[in-house]
Structure formats: structure tokens, C-alpha cells
Design a protein around this ligand. Structure first.
Ligand SMILES: NC(=O)C1=CN([C@@H]2O[C@H](COP(=O)(O)OP(=O)(O)OC[C@H]3O[C@@H](n4cnc5c(N)ncnc54)[C@H](O)[C@@H]3O)[C@@H](O)[C@H]2O)C=CC1
Ligand SMILES: CC(C)=CCC[C@@H](C)[C@H]1CC[C@H]2C3=C(CC[C@]12C)[C@@]1(C)CCC(=O)C[C@@H]1CC3
Length: 345
């Protein structure tokens, strides 16, 4: 039998540590004196002192090798929401998370922090100041959300103070910042194709966008406050910038910062939603012969035209969370970092 290395409290692993959020988390953990192992299907960068383990989280043996001596695991791996592959989402987010839980328990890991998502309660209709006790979405807007719900349930149900395995879930919303591969690139691409001319709805729908360093701060606070007697055990926590902003103001600030025109013409929300639905059905119908990826999916139209902002009161109370970077500074730093995506003069 292989000998098990005794877990050290400052030794942690970040599953999904090569991704956008994962890399920020790794950098912050290193700065705070943790010794970090990254487990990911790809290796995106190198940092002195960080050990990389390349592998699929569905492979328990590969995970076990990376979890030797680790007492704390952050699980922030997931296929990208845009990939739209139901079986991949299920394999990684549900089956894979079950494998991660088994591997953690076998390796003697004591704490696990899951990156969930605030969208686990979102069904495409308004959420204003949503608390964590809202029920999970009965009709999730896409496969990504459907499997994030199942994943969160699995992880929170696995919390067992008797066995000494503690879990907590962080639910961020609309993460943005330098190096983000989704939000700014999608926005700029849409603008370059001349499709950022319209505001969907009245432009007054409030949404949370969260600067990546605040999301990291929430994760590390959760890990450090997660103890057998703490209220965090087996609970979910919203982590946002706590500054809801009009969706279209946020988009306009980023666009203008990068030299593009902001959208100005209004379109009725219901009309655009129905059109996106029709387009989506057409894409599904044509899928066997033609692979199309429309910009305007019903899910994106709903995100762009409804309110979806969440209360961080529980995180403030139980873990003393306060955002470290304001929305204004976060946007400024993000815009500055995307100089290569600026509109050519
Ligand atoms: N970006 C956002 O706005 C939000 C993200 N989240 C959650 O935050 C987490 C991190 O998201 P991002 O950093 O934005 O995504 P990302 O795509 O940049 O990072 C995900 C990482 O997971 C890795 N991965 C995927 N499948 C894997 C597998 N089978 N085995 C091992 N590694 C695998 C990828 O290689 C990637 O490095 C995800 O769980 C996501 O659901 C939640 C709310 C909002
Ligand atoms: C708050 C939150 C959950 C943000 C998540 C990020 C993405 C879902 C958005 C980032 C860029 C957004 C965007 C649109 C929808 C939502 C995003 C993809 C549109 C496609 C909505 C319709 C348009 O008019 C163009 C928009 C481009 C940017």
C-alpha cells in the first residue's frame, strides 16, 4: 500500500488552476504563503514553487497523485458555459465532481471550496437582491447551469463534520478582469461585427459584475473560516462586487474605454427574446447538416435584459467579506489590460 503523506494546513490544490479565476487564486495563495499544486487538463503558465499536474478530473488516480499531503482543495474547473455540450458538462461537472469528492476523502483532504455560480437560482426572469435561500432553478437556462446545480448539491451534501471533511460553495456572478477569456473578448467581437448597436429592453436592468480579485478574496476567506464549528459548513455564499450596475452601462463603459461606440437604439426585450428563440430552434433543426453559433441565444438575451443581482449579506456576516476592488477601479484595470483589443484609430 502506498504511504500517505500527512496533510499540512498550508498545502492546497487548485483544480482548474490553469483557468481565468484559477490562476488568480493560485497567485494570491502563493503570495499568502501557501504551497500550491495545480490540477488541470492544460498547463497555461508557470510560477516558481507551484507544481502542475496535468490530468482530467474524472481520473481518480491522477487526482490522488496531485492531492498527496494536501489539506485544502479549491475546485474551480468546468467546461466553458459557451461550449453547449450536454454530455461534457455532465461528465465533468457532475460525474467528475463525484470523483473529486472521492479522491479528496481517500487522500485525507480536510476542506473543499467549490466555485459554484449565482446562476444556480436564475431561470431567465428577474432576481433582485437574491439571497442564498432562493430555490435552485427548476428550469435552468442551459446545461451549464443544470450541471452547476447538481455539482453544488453534491459538494454541500458531502460536508461531514464527524468525518472531518468540510465543504463550502462560493457563488460568484459575472466575473471580469484582466486575462478574462469570455466577457471582454465576446463584447469586442460583437462590436467589431457591428452588432453592438442595440440596447435590449429599457436599459435599466441591474446586474452584478464581480472583479476577479474580489472573487478570489471570497474563496480564501471561506477556506480560512471553514471550521467544524463555523456556520460555513455545507453552505453556499454569494460573492459579488456588491454594486449592482445597469447591464448596458457596464457594457458601454467597457466599449467606450476601448474606443468603440456604445449601443444607443432600443429594442423591446420580448421581441428580441422571441427572435432568439426562433433562431435557436432553427440552429437545433439544422445541426445535423450545419454547425452555427449565433451571438443572440435566448440565454444571452435573458442575461442582457433582466435584473440579476444578489445579496452578499451572508458572506459579510459569516466570513467578514467586503469587496477589495470597486467596480470603477475594476473596469479601469480591465480596460487598460485589453490594449490589444482597442479599436484601431
Ligand atoms: N467566469 C464567470 O463569470 C463565472 C465563472 N464561474 C465558475 O468559476 C469557475 C472558473 O471559471 P473560469 O475561470 O471563468 O473558467 P475557465 O474556463 O477559465 O477555467 C476553467 C478551468 O477548468 C479546466 N478544466 C475543464 N475541464 C476539466 C477537466 N475535465 N479536468 C481538469 N480541468 C478541467 C480548464 O482547462 C480551465 O483551465 C467555473 O467553475 C465556473 O463555473 C461561476 C460564475 C461566473
Ligand atoms: C453578469 C453575467 C452573468 C455576465 C456573464 C458574461 C456573459 C454571459 C456576457 C458577457 C458579454 C455579454 C454579451 C451579451 C450577452 C451576455 C454576455 C455574453 C450579448 C450577446 C447580449 C446581446 C447583445 O446585444 C450583444 C451582447 C454582447 C455581450
Amino acid at each position: 500500500m502506498a504511504t500517505r503523506i500527512r496533510p499540512s494546513s498550508k498545502r492546497c490544490a487548485v483544480i482548474g488552476g490553469s483557468g481565468f479565476l484559477g490562476r488568480y487564486l493560485v497567485e494570491q495563495l502563493v503570495d499568502r504563503g501557501y504551497s500550491v499544486s495545480v490540477f488541470d487538463i492544460r498547463q497555461g503558465y508557470e510560477i516558481p514553487g507551484v507544481t502542475f499536474h496535468q490530468g482530467d478530473l474524472c481520473d481518480k488516480q491522477a487526482l490522488l497523485a496531485a492531492l498527496q499531503g494536501v489539506s485544502l482543495v479549491f475546485h474551480c474547473a468546468s467546461p466553458a458555459p459557451s461550449c453547449d455540450d450536454r454530455s461534457l458538462f455532465h461528465r465533468v461537472n457532475v460525474d467528475g465532481t463525484q470523483t473529486v469528492l472521492k479522491a479528496c476523502q481517500e487522500a485525507g483532504v480536510q476542506k473543499m471550496v467549490l466555485t459554484s455560480s449565482a446562476s444556480v437560482v436564475y431561470e431567465g426572469t428577474d432576481i433582485k437582491d437574491g439571497k442564498e435561500d432562493l430555490p435552485y432553478a427548476k428550469k435552468p437556462i442551459d446545461y451549464y447551469t443544470e450541471t452547476k446545480i447538481q455539482q453544488e448539491r453534491l459538494v454541500l451534501e458531502a460536508c461531514d463534520t464527524e468525518k472531518g471533511f468540510l465543504t463550502v460553495a462560493i457563488r460568484p456572478h459575472g466575473i471580469f478582469g484582466p486575462r478574462d477569456p469570455q466577457l471582454v473578448p465576446i463584447l469586442v467581437d460583437t462590436a467589431r461585427r457591428g452588432k453592438m448597436k442595440f440596447i435590449i429592453g429599457d436599459g435599466k436592468n441591474l446586474v452584478d459584475f464581480t472583479f476577479v480579485e474580489n472573487v478570489v478574496h471570497g474563496h480564501i476567506l471561506a477556506a480560512e473560516r471553514l471550521r467544524p464549528e463555523s456556520p460555513l459548513c455545507g453552505k453556499a455564499y454569494h460573492i459579488t462586487n456588491d454594486e449592482p450596475v445597469y447591464f448596458w452601462d457596464f457594457m458601454s463603459q467597457v466599449l467606450v474605454g476601448l474606443g468603440y461606440d456604445p449601443p444607443k437604439y432600443r429594442l423591446p426585450y420580448q421581441l428580441v427574446y422571441v427572435l432568439a428563440m426562433v433562431l435557436w430552434l432553427l440552429v437545433l433543426f439544422l445541426r445535423p447538416v450545419l454547425q452555427l453559433r449565433p451571438t443572440f441565444t435566448p440565454m444571452r438575451v435573458a442575461l442582457a435584459g433582466t435584473h440579476h443581482f444578489y445579496s452578499c449579506a451572508r458572506a459579510k456576516q459569516d466570513m467578514g467579506y467586503q469587496p477589495l476592488v470597486s467596480l470603477k477601479d475594476g473596469i479601469a484595470r480591465t480596460v487598460e489590460s485589453y490594449a490589444h483589443l482597442r479599436k484601431a484609430a
